[in-house]
Design a protein around this ligand. Structure first.
Ligand SMILES: [Ca+2]
Length: 433
């Protein structure tokens, strides 16, 4: 702490001098109208305001940042939260080998090494040591001051059923080291862990007889990731990652007790992803992408959340969900995902971008899928989706966008009550005030 202590008064003085000219603030208003016929038919209409305020501290990229959003809509009602409220201090050349040291304190946006496991605001601190070709980042924080509606962390039955204003209390810690190797190839090693601090009176006690109609247990998880990325040939880039997940989850194990007994069992699961991106500036400024993701499943899992009934839980569970398709969005659990896509600017003189994607969804093992409407005993190949979206920057302060997607589930994938052809579309306008 001595380093920040010594530099703080100086940096704040520098900030105060530059604040009058360098501060920036703004509000974006996004109005959207959507229609979806997926597991349930829904019409959504919302207006979202995103406000932000920044001012630099020093001249090396540090500063104060505040971001908040408020949304009024149908059917969600009114939602509002603080997304960022943090001070970042950057010390250039604090040591002989250390190129820069960056320290953040407050509520900051955290994203894990893969970008697929946790994307969430954390209340805490992060520190980044940059040694040039080697970088070390430590992050820590708490999730329970973010509102339930903003949080999207769903790991346990308690998360699923919570009607509290705030998200489940969890402590998150992460370490990431990356090395830039030969020819701009980067090797990244990331460790992420979260501990569930849900109060025991809201949980089932271990060794009690099941089933409990409402309560579940704690879900603690750890993720260890190895990631490579870099260029293949000119304008062609690859990325590949492998994540091993460990942890503990409450499991209802059948035994001499007819309905089973609750017991904590280890989680041993994996997530792997690989992708290539090819940029072709001469062909309508286009880029083309192929991606695959595999998230392990568990054949004895009765549900996607706390469903283990035998041995270890081999079902991969991310902390927050990732958007895969416009229509179909299963969680990265027991899933094979295949994506081919391209984006281009069809009219060179107009800032209009079109993105098209073909997606495929596969159930890796017979068992639960975490998506509404999908039955447990369905076929391995769940279906394909085609998505098209476009966005047009009409003026510097007005952007208009639209998206349309169609999902074609394989016969038997969806419950009988769900339409066999599902589609979703939305239109939106974003105005910078
Ligand atoms: Ca199992």
């Amino acid at each position: 702490m001595s380093l920040p202590g010594r530099f703080l008064p100086f940096l704040f003085a520098l900030g105060a001098v530059s604040v009058a000219s360098a501060q920036e603030f703004g509000v974006d208003s996004t109005t959207s109208l959507g229609y979806a016929t997926a597991a349930v038919e829904t019409v959504t209409l919302s207006d979202r305001l995103d406000g932000w305020y920044t001012f630099p501290i020093g001249t090396n990229g540090g500063g104060f940042e505040a971001r908040a959003h408020a949304e009024m809509g149908i059917p969600d009602g009114f939602l509002a939260d603080l997304d960022v409220l943090a001070v970042t201090l950057v010390y250039p050349k604090p040591g002989v080998d250390l190129k820069s040291l960056k320290w953040t304190l407050g509520r900051y946006a955290f994203s894990d090494t893969t970008g697929l496991i946790l994307n969430h605001p954390l209340d805490g601190s992060a520190i980044d040591f940059n040694f040039g070709s080697f970088d070390l980042k430590l992050s820590g924080g708490y999730t329970g001051f973010v509102t339930r509606a903003t949080s999207e962390v769903v790991l346990s039955l308690a998360d699923q059923q919570s009607t509290a204003l705030f998200a489940t209390p969890r402590v998150v810690g992460a370490l990431e080291t990356s090395w830039t190797l030969f020819d701009s190839h980067t090797l990244t090693l990331g460790a992420l862990a979260q501990e569930d601090l849900t109060s025991p009176d809201k949980l089932v006690e271990e060794w009690s007889p099941g089933p409990d109609p409402v309560k579940g247990g704690r879900v603690d998880t750890q993720y260890l990731t190895l990631k490579f990325d870099g260029p293949v040939i000119e304008r062609l880039f690859y990325n590949a990652s492998f994540t091993f997940e460990s942890g503990n989850t409450l499991s209802l194990i059948p035994d001499s007790n007819v309905s089973g007994t609750y017991e904590y069992k280890p989680i041993t699961a994996f997530l792997t992803s690989a992708g290539v991106t090819y940029f072709v500036p001469t062909f309508f400024s286009s880029s083309w992408e192929a991606r695959i993701l595999f998230a392990s499943g568990d054949p004895d899992s009765r549900s996607a959340v706390e469903g283990n009934t035998e041995g270890n839980s081999t079902l991969f569970v991310p902390m927050t969900s990732t958007t895969l398709g416009v229509v179909f969005n299963p969680t990265l659990s027991n899933l094979g995902f295949y994506e081919l896509g391209g984006s281009l600017k069809p009219l060179p003189s107009i800032p209009f971008v079109v993105v098209a994607k073909v997606l495929g969804f596969q159930r890796l093992v017979a068992g639960a899928i975490n998506a509404p409407g999908v039955v447990g005993g369905g076929p391995p190949w769940m279906g394909e989706e085609v998505d098209v979206s476009g966005s047009w920057q009409v003026y510097s302060d007005l952007q208009v966008s639209a998206s349309l997607g169609a999902f074609f589930p394989t016969s038997g994938t969806m419950a009988a009550s769900v339409p066999t052809f599902q589609y979703a579309g939305s239109v939106g306008a974003k105005l910078s005030l």
